[in-house]
Design a binder for this molecule. Sequence first.
Ligand code: WTA
Length: 650
Amino acid sequence: MTENHETIDALQWEKRTFVPSEAFKKNSLVVGTHLYDEANVDYESFWARQASELVAWQKPWDTVCEWELPFSKWFVGGQLNVSYNCLDRHVLAGKGDKVAIHFEGEPGDTRAVTYAQLLDEVQKFANVLKGLGVQKGDRVNIYLPMIVEAAVAMLACARIGAAHSVVFGGFSSQALADRINDAEAKVLITADGGYRRGEVFPLKPQADEAVENTSTITSVVVVQRGNNPVEMKAGRDHWYHELMATADADCPAEPMDSEQLLFLLYTSGTTGKPKGIMHTTGGYLTHVTYTHKYVFDLNPEKDIYWCTADVGWITGHSYIVYGPLSNGATQVMYEGAPNFPGNDRMWQIIEKYKVTIFYTAPTAIRTFMKWGVEEPAKHDLSSLRLLGSVGEPINPEAWMWYHENIGGGNCPIVDTWWQTETGGIMISPLPGATTTKPGSATFPLPGIGAELLDDEGKHVEHGGGYLTLTHPWPGMLRGIWKDPERFKEAYWSRFEGSYFAGDGAKLDDDGYLWLLGRVDDVMNVSGHRISTTEVESALVSHPSVAEAAVVGANDATTGQAIIAYVTLVGGMEVDEQVLRNHVAGEIGAIAKPKTIYFTPELPKTRSGKIMRRLLRDVAEGRNLGDTTTLADASVVNELQKRASEAPSED
Ligand code: WTA
């Protein structure tokens, strides 16, 4: 028997496997192990080959990778332009008339934007930015709804070497002001408002409030979208369409150094102020182009790709804007809510555009489960050939539901693990090559090194441990804006020489990786370290449960006690005791929740991650701290009320 260094108890083992079908393999880009074999020999040469095949360089690099732990530089000495790679090269190759983005507005308005049109708009807007005094090296803030202009603004920044900092449109004016101040941005690009669930949500008033609390913004550009009334401050505020009407249509893409800052994206740490994650040009573009091509098995001539993320998150940056456009893909971009006007909007869009590749989040999938199979059943989803998942561990039951009800039982699922910090996908199946297991992200991609470590930093062969990344990769963050010490402390201090991602994971007998969530989500119950993810998956595997959030609350007897918050499938009812016994049956009595609260909704961040910290506070009867990143604060108030009323049962 191998020595066991397990640090998190691995309780649940999934046995189902799915082999890529012959039909899928026939047209798939990768069916064997050759990419893995090549990368295993020498990962730097492997990445160098990807960079030269997938990206156009204006000047070749001198050094593939400079690695001074924890700082890496990639393709040093090389020069390229990201917007040239995403636009010009496709137009020059005769693909100018190909649709880059099928935009679907929430009210039902549509716009098909070709590569030539997108290039035209980006050149003009790059000139607009220059006219507002933006220069190479400056920062530009973007606070927009999910509209084509968001991609235009990002690409225009990339064209002239200004770094963008996109702030999700659902964030408050304070969050926006903090991010503008940290980045010292010169220009803010926003909109009057955008559509969400049939209504216009105003953005400009928030932007105005934010700009009041900043000192660096000299101009605000406003896209007209919601047609809601706004105030325009003379000299500072400009309408996008007015500036564009007179902008010069010609703005050549400037060569950028490979390590030129491409963007900042702020991610909230567990404590303290948000971190400005830095991504640069050559390595990032290589990583997202490569992963978008191979993980999604992209055929740019045939596929219609749709990623449901918002451009305000890293998934929107890497897999709506940069990866797909660099690969010359045709994609769908949807502005609004998944349940407007009905709970079948997503499926209606897939049918309408004949989407072939669909990439969404487990939280969305579990919501679709709650709405019932009759919603997707109303539509012809037979165009789909590949499904993806990102953002959280996907419970095996949610995976199976996705596979059967959306994929019609014959689409491979790529469960992609990565982070804002990693820039692109790190752990994922290659759909034509990897036998998948529901709930496992399977293996690190070719070119990526990952291993599990125990508390002492020893290698874990089997069972649970801390997920670490063992060598640099092109898309890795280059640091935290203005705070190199925090970068070292946050990612490189726990284990000597390794990047610690903050996630727990387990390895099964076949070497498959199973993500177990953030390690702060590991509970300690009578000395057993149990991952919240496993208990949640056990709960979700009961037919009545759509979604579950599990937290550990202080307990005088057991150290921590397992508290579960459960949302039921529409119309179903179930007894608490039945669910507790179900968990005991699935993974063992030790994992039985002490108390289960039923709730119509779970509190989530605006990017859809369950706010376990808040639920822990509720379970332990604490006053709630900052709830500003919460999507719907009323959910928590309701839970808090019930927690103070309900006696806990054992
Ligand atoms: C979690 C999103 C399990 C994980 C791209 C990670 C996942 C954090 C998965 C990063 C997955 C993301 N399986 N967990 N497939 N994908 N996560 O920065 O905890 O918004 O550390 O980036 O999401 O979230 P972020």
